[in-house]
Unconditional design. Sequence first.
Length: 165
Amino acid sequence: MVVYSFYIFDRHADCIYKRRWASPANSTTARLPKSSSQAYINGTAANRPTLSAEDDAKLVFGTVFSLRNMVRKLGGEDDSFLSYRTSQYKLHFYETPTNTKFVMLTDTKSGSMRIALQQIYVNCYVEYVVKNPLSPVEHPGGIGVDNELFEASLEQFVDRVLNMS
């Protein structure tokens, strides 16, 4: 299984952390999800400007927000949105009790990443960000998570646990 990217959104819908791992050159069997700015016409990508990292994060959050609301309206308050799959990638979603949202994009062959996202929350985020007295509680203006221990533990978790194949 290949992890493409990972996002953390706070309760105010601001992207406080984003990280990309795989690229087409790094993985022969996996392809990076096509940015929504690339349209395919007759099997070739149309020339359009690529999105900035901020716009990419906004699109990911908007997709998750819309799908989560649709699932709740159609299925009731007890139903929850966990993931969706396209022909290029699979998006996994986990929301904490404090409304912090964790989103991971992986290859299409991966199973449910709910437990993995929960472990990232408990073992990496809570341990190195929430318990850190120097880390801000709120992230006004999109000031994100800037913690070397969090990044190292996340990198280790993804490399050892998720990219074992």
